[in-house]
Design a protein around this ligand. Structure first.
Ligand SMILES: Cc1cc2nc3c(=O)[nH]c(=O)nc-3n(C[C@H](O)[C@H](O)[C@H](O)COP(=O)(O)OP(=O)(O)OC[C@H]3O[C@@H](n4cnc5c(N)ncnc54)[C@H](O)[C@@H]3O)c2cc1C
Length: 297
């Protein structure tokens, strides 16, 4: 199959990129599994225009309908390989189908790092565990929470949560966060505990964590802030090298170092938020469509 633009990833970034590229009347193929988007199955209340807790799944499904209505072909499957051949790209999906495209938009997102302790899976689905303080802070007003992680993002989250929660424990065995951010979090009232979390306990929802020194702390929520890994393998296959922090570097047009390859969303770095993913999707999709028109002319 031939396409002007192939978008890899059907989260908010990829869907918006596909919509904006298709609006420019170029042939667009979008490949990616909706259910693997970080937005699938989450409640969203901080994205523009949402009212109360909007279903992330509904946002994505509406996005697919929009993309299709603008003429975009959507394939709900994974891409297994990507290859650059001259000034074109060959993208192979798990069905074995090959798309020959003039431009590629990488919107494959990130996978958040997990703590890997007992209780994490059980309470991970809106039952007291969150991986994003900026997203879920409001659900923990006047509650007792822990932020787990030693890096700067954890410090930022600990400080943020002091503005919502009645008590914030900031727990990690080793703190490598930027000193000024640590100072801010502690000055705001976060209590630092230099131990590991060994277990998350609860009944129906989280009610305590067990620490490596055996102590048990009663609380209502745990924010796991341990960073994430991007799905950058496909980027490398077409010559785009990830940065040391695993993100893909882009310019203001969301162009990568390889002509014809654009990237948007969580894969380009923080903040890992729908608004930022969608904004970059607009830029990447439009730029990829413009680029595709020039190829071979
Ligand atoms: C628990 C949780 C709660 C959150 N809450 C909020 C919130 O309240 N507000 C907010 O703004 N943000 C929130 N976020 C963050 C938000 O979900 C992400 O920022 C957003 O989904 C990023 O969009 P994206 O398109 O870059 O990546 P994703 O939505 O993760 O989409 C990536 C896409 O790439 C696809 N993909 C990956 N590899 C391949 C491959 N090899 N082939 C084909 N496709 C591939 C995946 O299938 C998926 O479709 C939350 C995230 C989590 C995990």
């Amino acid at each position: 199959m031939e396409a002007d633009v192939v978008v890899i990833g059907s989260g908010p970034a990829g869907l918006q990129a596909a919509i904006h590229a298709a609006r420019k009347k170029v042939e667009v193929v979008l490949i990616g599994k909706l259910e693997n988007s970080s937005t699938f199955g989450i409640p969203v209340e901080n994205y523009f225009g949402t009212s109360g807790r909007q279903s992330g799944t509904d946002l994505l499904m509406n996005g697919v309908r929009q993309a299709v209505s603008f003429g975009c072909e959507v394939e709900d499957m994974n891409v297994i390989s990507a290859e650059r051949t001259g000034d074109r790209f060959r993208i192979t999906s798990e069905s074995g189908e090959v798309v020959d495209a003039k431009a590629v938009v990488l919107a494959t997102g990130i996978t958040r790092n997990h703590l890997g302790v007992s209780g994490e899976k059980e309470f991970g689905n809106g039952k007291g565990i969150s991986y994003c303080a900026a997203c879920d802070c409001n659900f923990y007003k006047d509650k007792v929470v822990a932020v787990v992680g030693g890096q700067s993002e954890a410090a930022i989250s600990a400080e943020l949560m002091t503005r919502y929660a009645s008590k914030v424990y900031w727990i990690f065995p080793k703190f490598d966060a930027d000193a000024s951010l640590v100072e801010k979090a502690l000055a705001a009232g976060a209590e630092r505990i230099t131990e590991s979390v060994k277990q998350i306990k609860g009944e129906g929802k989280v009610n305590a964590v067990v620490l490596s020194d055996g102590r048990e702390i009663s609380l209502d929520g745990v924010f796991i802030e341990l960073g994430g890994k991007s799905s950058a393998d496909l980027a490398m296959e077409i010559g785009v090298m990830p940065e040391v922090d695993d993100t893909i570097k882009v310019d203001r047009n969301c162009a990568t170092s390889v002509p014809g390859v654009f990237a948007c969303g969580d894969i380009t770095g923080r903040p890992w938020q729908i608004g930022k993913a969608v904004g970059e999707g607009v830029v990447a999709g439009s730029a990829a469509a413009d680029y595709s028109k020039k190829v071979g002319q």
